[in-house]
Design a binder for this molecule. Structure first.
Ligand code: FMN
Length: 218
């Protein structure tokens, strides 16, 4: 099959985690004899081309990062300009986020099932997975450790044309962490995590103040 892939991230391609995930996913997709074309919603110059491709595609895959518990505002803005299909196309989704517990992606997942109907497409499932914050800060093998498993998911989608199978469901990982893990992670976040986040903010993002600065706080 030929798949129209739309990266729904507002981040430009170069910095988009979703794009790095798609690189591995499409390796798997192509290895099963499929072809694809990919567009970026972050590039407004592509919007006309995406709308045209959307109106003609038989198989559509939208890959979406979670932004504040649901889909990014820029993607919503784009979707409002799309003419719905007449139930003559299949649509599947990849939804991914920074936090590891799958439970917080479920609201977005439900929304996407509803979105399929609003777009006049046949729903072919959503591949859900968190724990992806770090992708853009890693390179090479370290990045591959996070993105690599998506290759297998690309193979499955390439064979089945959907994400309904058990292996895709299990890909989501833990729904919620057990209580002892939450306590442990709370300690890590407030100690080592705090130092690491401040270092990333300072060295990679040019942040000049500590992340918990409250200039207007009392
Ligand atoms: C403004 C903003 C809001 C975010 N909100 C969430 C969130 O609610 N839940 C989550 O798991 N990750 C959240 N993230 C993390 C992103 O989903 C994650 O880093 C993702 O891999 C980004 O993909 P992208 O680089 O393709 O945009 C947020 C990131 C940003 C910048």
């Amino acid at each position: 099959m030929h798949v129209l892939i739309i990266n729904g991230s507002p981040r430009v391609k170069k910095y988009s985690n979703t794009d790095k995930i798609l690189k591995k996913f499409t390796d798997g997709l192509v290895s099963e004899g499929n072809t694809f074309e990919q567009y970026e919603v972050s590039d407004r110059k592509q919007w006309d081309s995406i709308r045209k491709a959307f109106s003609e595609a038989e198989n559509i895959l939208m890959a979406i990062p979670l932004y504040v518990e649901n889909i990014p505002g820029l993607l919503l803005e784009f979707l409002e300009t799309v003419t719905p299909r007449k139930n003559d196309a299949d649509i599947a989704f990849i939804i991914q986020g920074g936090f590891a517990e799958a439970s917080q992606l479920r609201c977005g997942e439900e929304y996407l099932e509803m979105l399929s109907r609003n777009l006049g497409c046949e729903y072919r499932g959503t591949l859900v997975k968190g724990d992806n914050f770090s992708i853009r800060f890693f390179e090479g093998k370290k990045q591959d450790m996070v993105t690599g498993p998506y290759q297998r998911m690309g193979e499955i989608y390439g064979k089945e044309g959907n994400f309904f199978g058990e292996e895709c469901k299990a890909f989501a990982g833990p729904e919620t962490f057990p209580p002892h893990m939450r306590v442990f992670l709370g300690i890590i976040f407030n100690t080592v995590g705090k130092i690491m986040f401040n270092k990333i903010a300072r060295d990679s993002l040019g942040c000049k103040e500590p992340l918990d600065l409250r200039p207007y706080g009392t």
